[in-house]
Design a protein around this ligand. Structure first.
Ligand SMILES: Cc1cc2nc3c(=O)[nH]c(=O)nc-3n(C[C@H](O)[C@H](O)[C@H](O)COP(=O)(O)OP(=O)(O)OC[C@H]3O[C@@H](n4cnc5c(N)ncnc54)[C@H](O)[C@@H]3O)c2cc1C
Length: 415
């Protein structure tokens, strides 16, 4: 079989799937590339959903592709189509419409769906997850008729919701189970810097507590009752408590699934015709010599690019340093490489200043720099990435902070 004229089926048209589809078609114009999208939209920018939610950009600014662009590129895109079954012995997938699509190479780039909140009242109109464009539109509609909001969750999505609610002028309460934001990543001081940034924005933050019930008034939320007995006013509630990855197709093919789908460093599963990429791939990361899984846009795009070449017969190894960069109540948060979230025993060197709201932690493993988290300006970030990638031992750990500049200088950060 010549892969140049082979049949490639890609399930999921997020950053990983779309990038892979386009790269396959570009490198092998004779190939048939079918890109199956569970959602009704061509690729849109998930990372831009928070600024759409804040009202800083419009829906059209979030869209990244059109049907026409994909057609021109020769990608056969099926919108609003769910792949329900995979039969790896027959090398076919079946869609919800009953269509059978044969493949020579299959890519599973299915991402994940938010974990349900699971408390009484979570089904009310006015309680939202935040993962898709449709979620964002529903949130915006409700924001426009609300005065008070509660954001639930001590991770990135909980933060994005709290930021957007307060930016839109809602009286905002942010509730998390732990004693600080990103408690497995930040230490107490890092958590305090985020707390200060949130309070600067007028967000009330409640730690070590959780929603016990969302109290309803005529079918919409009126308050959140917490396990510690607080009653917090809420015309609407948004939550983010992690993703469940769409691994069902891999399970049907008998592939190994941990939290997500296990692959080697080439993003290939144990079945040589099936690959996984993006959020749903738990790939062997040669930078840190262990399996790793990253929920970041950059990672999904880089996976898409690399897996396209490997699906066409190359044997490239994934060596990117994973990064996650986001705003943080008018500041910036950047997470690079391996952190205590994946590996709690890393050694940590920290530098911070509460007045300037800056915080940096560098993470070391066996004498090497393996990761970092930075709140504040991102100067020197690329250099840090280079050092992580180089895998060279680091003699003078504190000297690395000089690359990032002083933490004591007050700076106006752009939003
Ligand atoms: C609100 C928000 C803010 C974020 N902010 C940042 C940020 O600031 N920085 C950052 O780096 N990352 C951020 N991320 C994470 C980043 O967006 C993701 O890591 C990235 O988009 C993952 O891309 P993906 O292609 O792997 O999966 P997804 O984008 O999740 O795409 C997978 C697609 O596959 C579809 N699908 C699943 N199963 C099937 C099936 N059986 N049949 C058909 N289709 C199927 C899904 O419906 C989905 O559309 C954010 C995410 C969200 C939700």
């Amino acid at each position: 079989m010549s892969l140049d004229s082979g049949r490639f089926v890609i399930v999921g048209n997020g950053a990983a799937g779309t990038t892979a589809a386009e790269h396959i078609k570009k490198n092998a114009p004779g190939a048939t590339v079918t890109l199956i999208a569970g959602e009704p939209y061509p690729l849109y920018n998930r990372v831009a959903l928070p600024i759409f939610l804040r009202g800083r950009v419009q829906e059209k600014n979030v869209m990244m592709r059109t049907r026409e662009v994909e057609e021109k590129r020769g990608v056969d895109m099926r919108l609003d189509t769910w792949v329900e079954a995979l039969c790896s012995s027959e090398r076919v997938v079946r869609t919800g419409d009953g269509e059978i699509l044969p493949y020579d190479r299959l890519l599973i780039a299915t991402g994940g769906t938010p974990r349900p909140l699971g408390v009484p009242g979570d089904h009310l109109h006015g309680v939202y997850q935040f993962q898709t464009l449709d979620d964002t539109k529903a949130l915006i509609e409700r924001i426009l008729e609300s005065r008070t909001a509660v954001a639930l969750g001590g991770s990135y999505i909980g933060y994005e919701l709290a930021e957007a609610f307060s930016h839109r002028g809602l009286h905002t309460t942010w509730i998390m189970r732990g004693d600080r934001f990103l408690r497995r990543l930040l230490d107490v001081e890092g958590g305090h810097v985020v707390d200060l940034l949130a309070r600067d924005r007028g967000v009330e933050v409640i730690y070590n507590d959780w929603a016990d019930e969302i109290v309803s008034n005529n079918g919409v939320p009126s308050s959140v009752r917490t396990t510690n007995g607080r009653e917090v006013d809420a015309d609407m509630v948004g939550y983010g408590i992690g993703l469940c990855y769409y691994t069902e197709l891999a399970r049907q093919a008998g592939l190994e699934v941990n939290k997500a789908i296990l692959t080697d460093q080439h993003l290939r599963t144990a079945n040589p015709d099936i690959y996984a990429a993006g959020d749903v791939a738990e790939f062997y990361d040669t930078v840190i010599d262990r399996h790793n899984q990253m929920g970041t846009w950059d990672n999904a795009v880089s996976h898409g690019r690399l897996v396209a070449q490997n699906m066409l017969g190359a044997n490239l190894t994934y060596t990117e340093v994973p990064t996650y960069v986001t705003t943080m109540f008018g500041s910036r948060l950047s997470v690079l490489g391996l952190t205590p979230e994946q590996h709690p025993e890393l050694q940590r060197e920290v530098q911070y200043n509460f007045d300037t709201r800056k915080y940096r932690a560098l993470f070391f493993y066996q004498g090497r720099l393996v990761g970092a988290v930075i709140i504040g300006v991102l100067k020197g970030r690329r250099k840090i990435e280079e050092i992580i990638r180089s895998r060279e031992p680091v003699e003078d750990r504190r000297a690395l902070f000089d690359l990032l500049g002083p933490v004591d200088a007050q700076e106006k950060l752009e939003e």
